[in-house]
Design a protein around this ligand. Sequence first.
Ligand SMILES: Cc1cc2nc3c(=O)[nH]c(=O)nc-3n(C[C@H](O)[C@H](O)[C@H](O)COP(=O)(O)O)c2cc1C
Length: 430
Amino acid sequence: MNRKHERHHHPPPEAAAKSIGQDHEILHLKDRALDGAAEGIVISDARLPDNPLIYVNSGFVRLTGYSADEVLGRNCRFLQGPRTDPATTDAIRQAIHAERSCRVEILNHRKDGTIFWNDLSITPVRDSGGPVTHFIGIQSDITQRKNAEIALQQAKAQLENANQRMRRNLEAAAKIQQALLPTHPPEMAGVRFAWRLESCDELAGDTMNLLQLDGNLVGLYLIDVSGHGVPSSLLSFTLNHLLSPVPAQSFLYGRSESRPHGFAVLSPAEVARDLNTRFPMDMRTAQYFTLVYGILDMRRLRLRYVTAGHPPPVLLPAGGAPRRLEAAGFPIGVMPEADFEEYVLDLKTGDRILFYTDGVVDTANENDEDFGTERLLATAAQHRQASLQPWLDAIVAAVRAWSGGHPLQDDVSLLALEITGADNHSFIHL
Ligand SMILES: Cc1cc2nc3c(=O)[nH]c(=O)nc-3n(C[C@H](O)[C@H](O)[C@H](O)COP(=O)(O)O)c2cc1C
């Protein structure tokens, strides 16, 4: 051992005294620092049975309301109560057992019984790399943050509940709306019908129906209430009920003494006029609707129709190019005195008629270009070999492809009829 080393280990007495003095000073400083801390700081002795506390600072006393005398020598679990989550205590026990540090948020009780949330971290202290001799615990009161978190979670859960309730209601309403749509076409020989209604929201503002008005007459309408979603659907529900096949409660029939049942089928123009006077636009909601209503007379193979602010129907003649039909007329409810012109079209076998809402032609692509009528006509011609329903499906697919797979911005509805083969005519003339 050289002298230098020897000096290091055996300081002269006056130096040792100075060092002890310094040590005391440092200890005192540490005590003051620990006591000055806002957090609770505790030390437990892991070598004694049940890991009792051997030191608590003033922060701990302030936080818990216990004096040092009351807690030294006890395991710190006295802070726990019936509302403390056992899973959290399990986690602490396992960490202490494995001699690892841990950090938990645990519900604790003060001496006066009040509750606080404790952000607790426990760290083992090793004797120069050897066995764990002590644990240091640091406790912070996080009650305010925790309460805010809990309130936020509760608000979120309430919101989710309300959302689920609303969703369930909307789904139920959507089912009712689906049930209002034609379920099966009128059983009428010589003509075939098809339809599609793609709603952009849970509930559609578009509605449609096909009704057998009498032995030879089929009524078909497509309505588009301004806007979409729930507000529009309320009016579309109402209209669907009012344009019902039950004469006594339907706007499609008028009273007529000369008729066997006291009701006569109203012409499309009469229906539009009637709706226009009964449904003036409500200034509070600014709601109005557009309509195309046709009556197909299967005896004469003739379609009479009226449009009210609605896109013109399309005719795809057997063997000919598709074209837009004539259409004029204000939307229903916009002009109190408006009149509605009725158009008459004679059909032949193989002809198809397409009613559609503006959602079809107004669907925009990524460059904000509308699908448009020309593209609709081209698509109608391109898929003419398909039978009626797949023909509509192909048009809807083209519109969806045009939107680039983005959600629809408006309801997209189509209603079509096709005059089918001659074999049906024998039925008609019966
Ligand atoms: C240093 C130290 C500080 C601790 N501080 C707290 C505390 O503030 N609050 C608490 O609920 N538990 C505290 N504990 C945990 C409990 O003392 C005990 O270890 C825990 O409840 C798991 O053991 P048990 O299942 O035997 O009760 C502390 C533990 C140690 C070692």
